[in-house]
Design a protein around this ligand. Structure first.
Ligand SMILES: NC(=O)c1ccc[n+]([C@@H]2O[C@H](COP(=O)([O-])OP(=O)(O)OC[C@H]3O[C@@H](n4cnc5c(N)ncnc54)[C@H](O)[C@@H]3O)[C@@H](O)[C@H]2O)c1
Length: 442
């Protein structure tokens, strides 16, 4: 049955969630404090790049099921089911998460809620946040105990966000065990069309639900850093980490996914989530349990430095005066997200060491320019590679994976390619007279 739903925060998570809730038949109001973003969404335009989201957005706006606003008053009056999907970035100069945005939603919304309602948190938060927000909500709302806070962490992957929202691997809901309310019943109704597909629905307490999300991200980060540590070993021993990954990946207990050695992870989630997890563990007196995450973070950051060092070696010992083409700016393909992107981090370091850097990314140019305005930018792969002494592949977009030497032979000054994602075939490039370098392979 169709329900009235609001979604607070219309970024990568929230805009996708809002559009997908409309797609499964609900009447949805998306809310953000960023008026420019809301204007774009109202006009049917996705303010970022996410494959397939624009069609879902347009279709549901046209069907009259999806609207957007900056007004909390309108949102509070519209419905009694509220999703919260605002950002929880890393605090400046600290590891901990900045909770001001999630707090602000509850501080502004709760006083406007006069009838029983449920807030379903979707943002990734430190364990204990949901309980605190519940207390705050009950304190500030005229509905008092009638305003419930439950946690429904989000596991979507950028690049597959629509698919992951409509067909998730599992759904997790944390409820306040001290105040049995309507949250589970309400969420089962909301997600009925999704649950029909038969995925696991795990209902637990608030703390476990919050921890599930950060535990999952910590595991993924650890898996990536594990294979990158193996890449360091392979580099030292003259072995090939890609073959090693294939071989150990055949073991079902290990699995091949997330074992691609390269320049490491970035983005708006993994780096800040593992850091916030460490900070929270410290507050709880359990920091020893997560000291390994510090090493996971270190291994990851070392890959970026290593990429700069190898680049320097490849151009003959000094980057000064060299021209480097950087293919990729987004933290991963099929996204325009450049938050903590290894690609831009490497590009920035190369430039600081005297290289002329030309960055090209199929979708992330605008975001990259905003974050790193002093880097050089090009309108195409060919333009970026013009006269280059070295070509770096740092984001494994399909169009970079499919590059062949003939595309660049006549454009570059020196035939040198450094594959920071181990995503192109060394043999093909070497056969065409190129110097090929990967990470963790001879
Ligand atoms: N991006 C992902 O792939 C992903 C996946 C799973 C979980 N998450 C989590 O979801 C949360 C949001 O991430 P994101 O990537 O969508 O961030 P984002 O920065 O793209 O979006 C956050 C949005 O919240 C808005 N906002 C801030 N304060 C607000 C307020 N008081 N009221 C209404 N809107 C407000 C911002 O204007 C922005 O549009 C984070 O906790 C993140 O860790 C993200």
């Amino acid at each position: 049955m169709s329900k009235r739903v609001t979604v607070f925060g219309t970024g990568y998570l929230g805009a996708t969630h809002a559009a997908c809730m409309a797609e499964i038949g609900h009447e949805v109001l998306g809310v953000d404090i960023d008026a420019a973003k809301i204007a774009k969404l109202e006009a049917g335009e996705v303010p970022f790049y996410e494959p397939g989201l624009d069609e879902v957005l347009k279709r549901n706006i046209e069907a009259g099921r999806l609207r957007f606003t900056t007004s909390y008053e309108e949102a509070a009056a519209w419905g009694d089911i509220h999703f919260l999907g605002v950002g929880t970035p890393q605090r400046r100069g600290e590891y901990a998460a900045d909770l001001r945005f999630v707090n602000s939603v509850v501080e502004k919304l709760a006083p406007l809620v006069t009838k029983p309602a449920v807030i379903f948190g979707k943002s990734t938060v430190p364990v204990g946040t949901a309980a605190n927000l519940g207390e705050l909500a009950r304190e500030l709302s005229p509905a008092g105990e009638g305003l419930e806070v439950a946690w429904n962490p989000e596991f979507l992957r950028e690049g597959f966000a629509v698919e992951d929202t409509l067909r998730p691997d599992r759904l997790v809901l944390g409820v306040d065990r001290d105040r049995p309310g309507r949250a589970e019943e309400v969420l089962r109704e909301i997600y009925a069309p999704i649950l029909e597909l038969g995925m696991p629905f795990i209902v637990t307490d608030l703390a476990t639900a919050e921890l599930v999300k950060v535990a999952a991200n910590s595991f993924l980060a650890t898996k990536i850093s594990f294979i990158n540590a193996m890449a360091e070993l392979c580099e030292a021993a003259g072995a090939d980490v890609t073959v090693l990954a294939d071989a150990i990946g055949h073991d079902k207990r290990i699995g091949r996914k997330f074992l691609n050695a390269g320049v490491g992870f970035g983005g708006g989630c993994l780096p800040k989530d593992i850091r916030a997890f460490m900070a929270r563990a410290g507050e709880l007196g359990a920091e020893h349990a997560l000291t390994f995450l510090r090493e996971v973070d270190n291994i990851n950051m070392r890959r970026r430095t290593r990429m700069v060092e190898i680049s320097r070696e490849l151009v003959g010992g000094s980057l000064l005066g060299s021209r480097v083409a950087v293919l990729g700016a987004a933290f991963k393909p099929d996204s325009d997200d450049v938050r903590d992107s290894p690609a831009l981090n490497v590009a920035g370091q190369l430039q600081l060491q005297g290289a002329t850097v030309n960055v090209f990314d199929p979708k992330a140019m605008e975001n990259a320019r905003r974050e790193f305005p002093t880097l050089g930018y090009s309108a195409s792969t060919e333009e970026a590679c013009q006269g280059a002494d070295l070509v770096l592949v740092v984001t494994e977009w399909k169009q970079f994976r499919e590059l062949v030497p003939a595309d660049l032979n006549k454009i570059v000054r020196r035939k040198r390619i450094f594959d920071g994602r181990n995503c192109i075939d060394p043999q093909v490039w070497r056969a065409a007279g190129w110097t090929y370098r990967g990470l963790g392979r001879p």
